[in-house]
Design a protein around this ligand. Sequence first.
Ligand SMILES: Cc1cc2nc3c(=O)[nH]c(=O)nc-3n(C[C@H](O)[C@H](O)[C@H](O)COP(=O)(O)OP(=O)(O)OC[C@H]3O[C@@H](n4cnc5c(N)ncnc54)[C@H](O)[C@@H]3O)c2cc1C
Length: 390
Amino acid sequence: MAQRAIISGGSIGGLFAATALLKAGWHVDVYERTEVELAGRGAGIVTHDTLIDALTAVGADLTDLGVQVEDRVAFNKVGGRVATLPYTQIVTSWDRIHQMLRRLIPEGCYHLGQHITGYSQDDTDVTATFMDGSFKTAGLLVGADGFRSAIRTQMQPDIKPEYAGYVVWRALAREADLPKDVLSDVFPNFAFYAPSGTQIIGYPIAGPDNDLRSGHRRYNFVWYAPAPTDVLDDMLTDATGLRHTVSIPPPLVRDTVLHDMQQHAQKMLPATFVEILKVSERPFFTPIYDHHSPIMHDGRVALSGDAACVARPHVGMGVTKSAQDALSLAQFAGTDLAAYSHERVPASLLAHLRGRDLGAWIFEDDPNNRDGSSNARLTDIMRLTAVTID
Ligand SMILES: Cc1cc2nc3c(=O)[nH]c(=O)nc-3n(C[C@H](O)[C@H](O)[C@H](O)COP(=O)(O)OP(=O)(O)OC[C@H]3O[C@@H](n4cnc5c(N)ncnc54)[C@H](O)[C@@H]3O)c2cc1C
C-alpha cells in the first residue's frame, strides 16, 4: 500500500511537493486553509530551465508556458536606453503554474478550508491537528504553508520573518491599452530602471486565460519602493482603522495610499512607466519579508518552499526553489529526511543571500545615479536578477 503524506498549504509549494510525491508513489492529501480555489491576480513569474525541468519531471503540460523575451534593457529617467543584455527567458504567470500543477492532483485529494495548526509524532507516524479540533495521521507531513508557516513555528519558534524596509508594488496593464511608445520601447523586453533608492522591473506576460496572442497580452509592472515602518503601518491600515499584521488584502488598501503611490511614481519614474501605471488594473503591494531556516526537517516532518526560506523576489526563485525542494523531498522522503535537509538548506541559503544582496543594492546611496543612467552595479543587477542559482 502507498505511503501517505499530508501537505499543509495548497499553493505552488504544496502542489509541487504533492505532485513530486505522487510521482514517487505516495498517496497525498493537500490541505489548504483558504476556502476557495487560489488565484494569483495574474502576477508574473520568471521561469528558468531548472523550473521547466521540474515541471516536466512532475508530469505538467507545458504547452503555451508563457511569453519569450530576448533582451534585458535598462532605462534612465528620461526613457533612454542605458544598457542591453541579450538573455532569452520565458515569463509566465502565477496562475498558469498553479493551474498546471493543480490539475495533476487526483480528485478528492485537495481539501480547501482546512487549517492545520500543528503536529505530534512518534516512531511510526505523524499526526496533523486542525483548527476545528480534528486530526489526520500519515507517514510524512510537509509544511508548505508559506513564510508564516505554523509547522515551522512549532519546529523552530526562533525563526521569524523580518521586514526588509521596502515594499513591492505590482500592477498589470493590458497590451491593448498601452500607448504606442510604450509598446515599441518597453513592452517586448525584460525592462529595468535602477536609480539609487528604488527599482523597476517589467516584462510582458500572457493575457487573461493564458492568451499569448499579440495585442492580447499584459505588461507585468514591478516596483520596489522604500517604506519605513511608520509608512508601512499607514499603508497596512484599512478604511475602518484596522492595522493588518503582515499584508493587507488589495481591495482594502485605502484610496489615499494608492493616490500617494501614483504621486511618487509621477516624480520618481520614467514617463513610460507612469503611463503603464495609469492604464493598469488597481495596483497592489506586498511588504518584503525574508527568513532562512537552518534545518528543514524534524522526524517525519519536512518544510518546503517559503515555509523553509524566503528568497526576496529579486532572485525570482520562489517558485523554482519550491520545485527543487519538492524533487529532493520525493527522493529522500520515507528514508532519510535529514539528507533532504542537508541538501536543501545550503541551496536555499544561496538564494536567500543573493536576494538580500540584490535588495540591498537598490538602496546604496550613489549621488551619481539619481536618474538610473550610471548605476555602478547595473551589469550585475541585470545579470543576476531572476536567474537560477545552482
Ligand atoms: C497569490 C500569490 C501570488 C504570488 N505571486 C508571486 C509573484 O508574482 N512572484 C513570485 O516570485 N512569487 C509569487 N508568489 C510567491 C511564490 O508563489 C512562492 O514563493 C512560491 O510559490 C512558493 O510559495 P509557497 O507555496 O511555499 O508559499 P505561499 O505561496 O505563501 O503559499 C502557502 C499556502 O499555504 C496556505 N496556508 C498557510 N498556512 C496554512 C495552514 N496553517 N494550514 C493550511 N494552509 C495554510 C496559504 O493559504 C497558502 O495558500 C505568490 C504567492 C501567492 C499565494
